[in-house]
Each structure stands twice: as structure tokens, then as C-alpha cells.
Design a protein around this ligand. Structure first.
Ligand SMILES: NC(=O)c1ccc[n+]([C@@H]2O[C@H](COP(=O)([O-])OP(=O)(O)OC[C@H]3O[C@@H](n4cnc5c(N)ncnc54)[C@H](OP(=O)(O)O)[C@@H]3O)[C@@H](O)[C@H]2O)c1
Length: 317
């Protein structure tokens, strides 16, 4: 009885081995080779980041701060931009104290209000001229908003549009001539899942992020021949101060940490995904859980169903 069971087990194993040889090996070996080559290529590309000049906006907190750490670790020369100089200095000191064993360059701190679109050209140009070039611009700074369309003052719509859309357009237009002159450059626009789908009570924010997507699509096409790369990143919720700093219908600061934001991705994780997308020169990337990705597909393929779901969602304020 025992011998029979052993024979059956042996037979089972030999069938499995035969199936593995027939189907498993032809799939596994190329897969392993592909991943090995991919890892080697990623390593080479990461090493090539050393000394690249990268301007990061909104570097004083949240995702921008995480991006500063992610790129600084690879030896990049950073230009850190936001309004709060003392917070930028804190990030700079933190970077220099954290990576003491790696050859790095002291970051440049550039305090700027990016909504002051007509008065930032000189300061931005001066910061770029410190290193004589700019390789990557990460347009990350932004604000969000909470409110109903009907009760929202147009001033709030303008402010959100200025902070999220016109500031990125204006800064890109200052930086692009440098990139064109040096015959290479990469602009990374931080959009949002809400740049792909619009949800209730976020009209100004969703509109500003949708506008960004369109502007970058046009820019990517026009500047392809000039060797300018464009990557648009659309993240889902990230655990940052974004909702705390959100504007309300009348322009007050919202001041609450939303549950969705609290439970969002860690900014370090999103920053690492962005680094990978930059290395792969991807055109657009959505960093989001399953359901927002499904919603994007629904909006494209079954818009009526998507609108119906949003209608229901708007009722459950
Ligand atoms: N958190 C999320 O759930 C989420 C999801 C998708 C996309 N995003 C996008 O990610 C980006 C970064 O946001 P975050 O989540 O990291 O929020 P955050 O922690 O509030 O950071 C926003 C950054 O933008 C800067 N900023 C805002 N207005 C500015 C202005 N007029 N001029 C210069 N800098 C300005 C702020 O710095 P100062 O106050 O020092 O100026 C701050 O460094 C935003 O574009 C946001 O839309 C966030």
C-alpha cells in the first residue's frame, strides 16, 4: 500500500516536472533574463543621474520633499523651489546631513511664489546659471480645493488655476529655452488621478489638472524633435499636507486631514515610482490603486455609467 502511494507521488512529480520543462522553462528563462537586464539597465541609468541638475518645485513638504531625497541620494544637483524659505533650508540641511557618506552637491534654495508668473524669470534664470544648465524640471508645487461649484467664488477658481496650471506653464516656458539650447531636457508634470477623471466637490482642482494634461500633451508633441521629454504623473491620494492646505469655497484654508489623504500612499513610495518613470522616459504614468484606474477606464469607454456613479456620489456629500 505504501509502495503504491510512493509510486503515485513519484508519478505526480514527474508529470509536474515534464509540464514545467514544456511550458515553465520557455517562459521563466526569458522572464529571468529580461528582469536581470532591466535591473542592470536601471542601475546604469541611476548612476548616470549623478550631477544632473534638477529643479523641484514644492520641495518644502510632501511629495516635493520626498522627491528631493530620492534624487539627491543619486548625486543630483538640486534647485529647491517653494514660497517658505525656512522650510526649504530645513529640507536642504536634512539632505546634507542624511547623505554624508555619498558624494553630493549642496542644493540651491530658491524661495519663489510660482503664481507671480511675470516676476520670476530673472531669479529662475540666475539659479539655472549657477550650474550652467538644467536637465530635469519637476513641476510639483500645487494646492487643492474643497467645495460646491455653485458656492465657489471665481477668485478661488482663479487661484487654484494659477497655482496648479499657469505656474507650471510659466515656469516651463522659462526653463525650456535653456533645454532647447543644450539640446536635451526633461519636464515632469505632477498632475493627479483627478486630471484624468473629475469627481464632485473638486471642480477647480480637477479642471486645473485636466488643463495640465492637455498642455503637456501638446508640448510633448511639439518639442519631440528638440529632444525634450515630457512625463505626466497622475497619482492617487498621497499622505501629505495637501488637504490641510486646501482652499474652501470662499478661499479660507480647509485645515483638515482628510481620511483619503491620511490613508494615501507614502510620498517616498510615489517619489521612487517617479524616479523610475523618469529613467524609463515614460510619457504618462498613473500611480493609483485599482478602483481609480477602473474609474479612468470607465470614463473613457462607458462615460454614461461613469457620470451616473458621480451623480450618486455627489448626492452623498
Ligand atoms: N497629496 C495627494 O493626495 C496628491 C494626489 C495627487 C497629486 N498630488 C499633487 O502633488 C503635488 C504636491 O502636493 P503634496 O501632496 O506634496 O502637498 P503639500 O505637502 O501641500 O505640498 C505642496 C507644495 O507646493 C508648494 N506650493 C504651493 N503653492 C505654491 C506657490 N504659489 N509657489 C511655490 N510653491 C508653492 C508648497 O510650498 P510652500 O507652502 O513653501 O510654498 C509645498 O511645498 C501637487 O501638485 C498635488 O496636486 C497630490
Amino acid at each position: 500500500m505504501n509502495i503504491k502511494r510512493q509510486e503515485e507521488t513519484l508519478m505526480g512529480w514527474s508529470i509536474m516536472w515534464w509540464l514545467f520543462k514544456l511550458f515553465g522553462l520557455p517562459i521563466t528563462i526569458p522572464w529571468l533574463i529580461y528582469h536581470f537586464l532591466d535591473i542592470m539597465q536601471q542601475k546604469r541609468k541611476r548612476a548616470a543621474l549623478s550631477s544632473k541638475v534638477i529643479m523641484i518645485t514644492g520641495a518644502s513638504s510632501g511629495l516635493g520633499e520626498a522627491l528631493a531625497h530620492t534624487f539627491y541620494r543619486w548625486g543630483c544637483r538640486l534647485i529647491l523651489v517653494s514660497r517658505r524659505k525656512e522650510e526649504l533650508e530645513r529640507v536642504k540641511n536634512d539632505l546634507m546631513n542624511t547623505y554624508q557618506t555619498i558624494p553630493t552637491h549642496p542644493p540651491i534654495v530658491l524661495p519663489l511664489d510660482l503664481t507671480d508668473i511675470n516676476n520670476m524669470k530673472d531669479e529662475v534664470s540666475k539659479a539655472i546659471m549657477v550650474h550652467g544648465r538644467i536637465d530635469i524640471l519637476i513641476n510639483n508645487a500645487g494646492i487643492t480645493y474643497r467645495g460646491e461649484v455653485i458656492n465657489t467664488s471665481v477668485d478661488v477658481d482663479l487661484k487654484v488655476m494659477m497655482s496648479n496650471y499657469f505656474s507650471q506653464v510659466a515656469l516651463s516656458k522659462i526653463v525650456l529655452p535653456f533645454m532647447i539650447e543644450q539640446k536635451s531636457g526633461h519636464i515632469v508634470g505632477i498632475s493627479s488621478v483627478q486630471g484624468r477623471i473629475a469627481i464632485p466637490f473638486r471642480s477647480a482642482y480637477a479642471a486645473s489638472k485636466h488643463a495640465l494634461q492637455a498642455w503637456y500633451d501638446t508640448t510633448r508633441a511639439e518639442l519631440f524633435d528638440k529632444n525634450i521629454k515630457i512625463t505626466v504623473i497622475s497619482p492617487g491620494y498621497i499622505k501629505t499636507s495637501l488637504s490641510l492646505n486646501a482652499l474652501t469655497e470662499n478661499g479660507q484654508v480647509y485645515g483638515l486631514m482628510d481620511k483619503t489623504t491620511e490613508n494615501g500612499y507614502q510620498p517616498e513610495f510615489v517619489a521612487e515610482c517617479i524616479l523610475k518613470s523618469v529613467l524609463k522616459q515614460e510619457k504618462e504614468v498613473t500611480i493609483a490603486p485599482f478602483s481609480p484606474k477602473v474609474a479612468i477606464v470607465l470614463r473613457t469607454l462607458f462615460p454614461s455609467l461613469f457620470f451616473w456613479i458621480m451623480q450618486k456620489r455627489a448626492k452623498n456629500k
